[in-house]
Design a protein around this ligand. Sequence first.
Ligand code: PHE
Length: 346
Amino acid sequence: MDNFNDLENVKSYLLERLRGASSLDDISKIKIEFLGKKGFLGKLTSDIGKIPLEQRKNYGIRLNSLKEEIEAQIKVYEQNFKGDVDKSEYTDLYKSLPGRKPPVGHLNIITQAIEEIVEVFAPLGFNRVRYPEVDREYFVFDALNMPENHPARDEWETFFVDYPEDEKLGKLVITPHTSSGQVREMLKGNLPIRMLNISRCGRRQIDISHVPSFYQFEGLVVDENVSTANLIGVLDYFAKKFFGPDRKTRLRPYHFRFTEPSFEVDIDCGVCHGKGCKLCKEGWLELGGSGMVHPNVLRAGGIDPEKYTGFAFGWGVERAFMMKSGTKIDDIRYLFSNDLRFLEQF
Ligand code: PHE
């Protein structure tokens, strides 16, 4: 910085430095560098003796206005960093640039599936309810005709909660199925019953079609003259509405302690269309259980099994969603990976 032209250079160098600043501290350093005694301006001022006499006055005037400009620019940036921004001083703002759109999300796919299930059952008079997701063994097992120490309890791979046991109702568990809501619903004392209990369940399990935490939806109908034909009719109606009119379901005889007779409901696999694939193995995927409510369960709910009969079914929400036509999800764990590249497809 030792000749006349350097005045212009100082200005552009100042702007370059200011744009690169990222804190008020940076601005203070720049201020000292340019306006301090040993700074650029000080040096240019002490150089005044080297300027030819006839140009000296002009040089002095330009030096003064440069000083004012530097002070003004530094002030603008100082204010920016302090937060009290005077927008009129922004020269770098592109007013015509379009703004950035905030990303728009949607309901989680499991929530969407739950809403759809509720909508499918509503016209049949099913009423959505929720019961405790952490409940006593009594409602989970005993009331469902599985007395203490019955080996069938092992099939539910239950998580026990470390909490004092209740003398009558037993240990606290994470409900391994929504069937725990059956007797709670009966004990409300409102007949007939058309319940749709959708809740989170937990079991000690994990592989491509099982996760430790999942949702089930449980239907329970109790009325006079309810028969297996009604159960089959409702299952068929649901399968056609939810999965598509061309999908096939089948019932397999099974055994549950709380239904008699009991069935397992399968649907033809939506990924391979019945050919067999890594998810279903043989073309069918098990949706869940169903059956006619066992008289002992009705009794536990204070209902006379001579007068009333009922049916129940309990299926996995995630599983049902995966079996919808066209989803092509062949591993249930994708649903819990929170990967936007996956979730944004739905
Ligand atoms: N609760 C059973 C299960 O989780 C399913 C089921 C519900 C079976 C209702 C029969 C009746 O495996």
